[in-house]
Design a protein around this ligand. Structure first.
Ligand SMILES: [Mg+2]
Length: 424
């Protein structure tokens, strides 16, 4: 067993809620719940701050239940773009210590610092403490850190001392710290595996580590071999890095979307088209900033009365980040499926998905289609440049100016960028 590796698992505590508190000082020290979509009645607690957890609020609780447990809680909607940014900033700190950083969701990451502990005087504990201290002071977020010679025990360590904790698991103390714990506290031992193990009389990590391998294999197959090796500390899986460049952030982005709940009813096609353009344009702008193109565009309308949502999507002929193409596709979808003689909308959202890197080569064609697209791309780039220098309202569409209601909508504010791991 190779015990010479130094692996850190870093877990930002109550991540979404902590980011909200870091961004809004008035929320600090108060019970904060980040919750999805209360109006739909399916709203659940995505994250609760420790103040709210202490009062009995739990992740995935429905919001009305959470409010009953903690009436003084402040409920805020999720701002995924913001969490994404903090996630990136945390990774930037990690990259100061190693290029071997493997994100595990937006708030967790493994770091292989084996070859950088020398810089910290050879003490891995100092490295771990410095990292958590930097996240605290530079981002205003608390982290729990686990330190071990393998990923599974490092993760166990960060899970077991929260918030703000630190646990080091060594070959010398693993039997004392890890083995007495229930077996399902081990990474990858889910409820089904735990149930099978219980049938073999295995309840703790230690019992799994010491069980007859034949028996475990017989009942659980290959999965049994794997989790037993984990229990024994024989997890040899490497920390799989993403690129340190902006690429890794892009690779995580699965879709880019933007939507508004309008302060007015969208009750005719003209108004609907304007709102779609407003949303779609900011989505396209965001795609360009990320260096991505979408193969698929979808639009969601929320009914004015029932608040029910309906979505339609379509494939684009070519991957696109062009404002015109994204917005036209979204408009056609919306106007093709909603009949404003009978329906009114309260909210409209536009989303671009199936993303590919923008720098994939483009095949020019004899009809001049791609050449025309290049021209439109230059126009979009010029508008982006003006807006980045003089603010988002520096360049506006005439249609927006015609309708004072639209001026109140700020497409930048509610931007959602969804990485793979977000569960909402
Ligand atoms: Mg966390």
């Amino acid at each position: 067993m190779d015990v010479s590796r130094v692996i850190i698992h870093s877990d930002m505590n109550a991540f979404y809620a902590s980011v909200e508190q870091a961004e809004r000082p008035e929320l600090r020290g108060r019970p904060v719940i980040v919750g999805g979509d209360e109006q739909s009645r399916h709203g659940i607690v995505l994250t609760a701050s420790y103040e709210a957890k202490r009062r009995g609020v739990k992740t995935a609780m429905v919001l009305w239940e959470a409010r009953r447990a903690c009436p003084e809680a402040v409920v805020v909607p999720p701002h995924y773009g913001l969490y994404q940014r903090y996630s990136r900033l945390a990774r930037k700190i990690y990259y100061d210590y190693t290029d071997l950083v493997e994100p595990f969701g937006p708030d967790e990451a493994w770091l292989d610092v084996t070859h950088s502990v020398g810089l910290a005087g050879g003490d891995p504990v100092l490295v771990a403490q410095e990292i958590s201290e930097r996240v605290r002071t530079e981002l205003g977020l608390s982290v729990s850190v686990g330190l071990s010679w393998n990923k599974v025990f490092a993760k166990f360590g960060s899970d077991h001392d929260k918030p703000d904790g630190f646990m080091r698991i060594t070959p010398g103390n693993a039997a004392r710290l890890v083995w007495p714990r229930p077996v399902d506290e081990l990474l990858y031992v889910g409820p089904a595996t735990a149930r099978k193990l219980r049938r073999l009389g295995i309840r703790t990590v230690g019992e799994l580590a010491c069980a007859d391998p034949e028996l475990v294999h017989q009942r659980l197959g290959r999965m049994g071999d794997v989790v037993q090796a984990f229990a024994q500390g024989r997890d040899t899986s490497p920390v799989r890095p993403l690129d340190a460049s902006a690429l890794d952030v892009r690779r995580e982005v699965k879709s880019v979307g933007n939507g508004v709940t309008c302060p007015f009813d969208v009750d005719d096609a003209t108004c609907a088209r304007q709102v779609v353009w407003l949303m779609g344009e900011s989505v396209a702008q965001r795609l360009r900033a990320l260096g991505l193109r979408a193969r698929c565009v979808s639009v969601t309308g929320r009914d004015f009365e029932t608040l029910a949502c309906r979505s339609r999507q379509r494939q684009l002929a070519r991957p696109s980040d062009l404002t015109g193409e994204i917005c036209s596709a979204a408009c056609e979808l919306l106007l093709g499926d909603w009949d404003f003689r009978h329906e009114k909308l309260r909210g409209i959202g536009v989303r671009a998905s199936q993303l590919v890197p923008a720098e994939l080569p483009v095949q020019l064609d004899l009809e001049g289609v791609e050449a025309a697209r290049l021209g439109r791309a230059r126009l979009d780039a010029t508008v982006d440049d003006l807006r980045s220098r003089f603010g988002n309202h520096a360049v506006r569409r005439l249609s927006e100016l015609g309708d004072p209601r639209l001026a109140a909508l700020d497409p930048e504010r509610d931007h959602n960028v969804h990485p793979v791991s977000y569960f909402a």
